[in-house]
Design a protein around this ligand. Structure first.
Ligand SMILES: C[S@@+](CC[C@H](N)C(=O)[O-])C[C@H]1O[C@@H](n2cnc3c(N)ncnc32)[C@H](O)[C@@H]1O
Length: 222
């Protein structure tokens, strides 16, 4: 039994798990380099988390994926890898400069035909997606203050059996006492909504590593 767990050890373990199970980052180095080169923030999911998204999409048999928050396309590419050849990812990104970097990365990864990037505030894009086939899988990872709105839109755009994953649900523990932090308050509001929604059955997994102390909420639409 491990008696002492400390933060420096988490990053070492993540490195080992990435190398061993994600196999050295699985060819995603170019996406990380492009993020740095463009001066964009390094707020993409960790490689182990990206692969978790890919595996969840595969396990669920997802064909149609919706992502809110593209950045440079790191998680988008993982999601595209988790769906069949004729599957589709719609990803929403507010900043045109982020979307441009993501477009190049997604095309270079060979998923150009599978991924559509919708540029603009997601709350303006999401209503335009209504009326089409439901999404099987939704990944929420944008401005945290809008998380509860994104979960509510995800419910409108999915079907029973769809999976909704929301990133950053621990936020270094700040969700317990958001105080003046609007991101923590937004995450907390979304978690409270998910936990009380009769249409969602959910849990969360806490994560610790190079991205600090955080976690994913995972819900199924009932
Ligand atoms: C945490 S990053 C996404 C990381 C990405 N999912 C990954 O793991 O590779 C959040 C992204 O959401 C975008 N964003 C922020 N507010 C937004 C909004 N209102 N609508 C759409 N995208 C937004 C940011 O510009 C940023 O690129």
């Amino acid at each position: 039994m491990v008696e002492h767990v400390n933060q420096p050890g988490w990053a070492d373990v993540e490195e080992y798990l990435s190398t061993t199970l994600v196999r050295g980052g699985a060819g995603m180095d170019a996406v990380i380099s492009s993020t740095d080169a463009a001066g964009m923030p390094r707020i993409e999911v960790a490689p182990t988390a990206g692969k978790l998204l890919m595996l969840l999409a595969r396990i669920q048999g997802a064909r149609r994926v919706l992502e809110i928050g593209t950045l440079a396309g790191f998680s988008t590419i993982w999601l595209a890898r988790g769906i069949p050849e004729d599957g589709h990812v719609t990803t929403c990104e507010f900043l045109p400069e982020h979307a441009a970097v993501a477009r190049k990365n997604i095309d270079a990864a060979g998923f150009g035909a599978k991924v559509e990037i919708r540029v603009g505030p997601a709350l303006q894009t999401l209503p335009t997606l209504a009326g089409g086939d439901p999404y099987d899988f939704v990944f929420i990872d944008a401005d945290k203050g809008n998380d509860v709105n994104y979960v509510q839109w995800a419910l409108k755009l999915t079907r029973p059996g769809s999976v909704i994953v929301m990133d950053n649900v621990v936020w270094e523990g700040a969700i317990l006492d958001p105080g003046e932090d609007p991101d923590a308050a937004g995450i907390r509001a979304a978690l409270d909504f998910i936990g009380s929604s009769p249409r969602l059955d959910a849990t969360a997994i806490q994560t610790a590593g190079t991205k600090g102390w955080d976690g994913f909420a995972i819900a199924i639409v009932t």
